[in-house]
Design a protein around this ligand. Structure first.
Ligand code: SF4
Length: 70
């Protein structure tokens, strides 16, 4: 299972990812983007578009089947 992840230390809150895939990204109370839902099957391309479009490269796709390194 792949899931989008926003690095809150990098995000500048431009809102671009939210406008591209509002089903997955939202701005939190601090004005920083966060992933609030799993990527729907039919929104994968849009999520990759958001990854490519983010001006500070704050979005990554992580594979939840692979344990994160400690
Ligand atoms: S596109 Fe990047 S910088 Fe802009 S809100 Fe989304 S994660 Fe943050």
């Amino acid at each position: 299972m792949k899931r989008a992840y926003v690095n809150p230390d990098l995000c500048i809150g431009c809102g671009l990812c939210v406008s591209i895939v509002p089903e997955v990204f939202q701005l939190n109370a601090d004005g920083i983007s966060e992933v609030y839902a799993e990527t729907p099957e039919d929104k994968r391309e849009e999520v990759y578009e958001a990854v490519d479009s983010c001006p500070v490269k704050a979005i990554s796709i992580i594979d939840e089947d692979v344990p994160a390194e400690e």
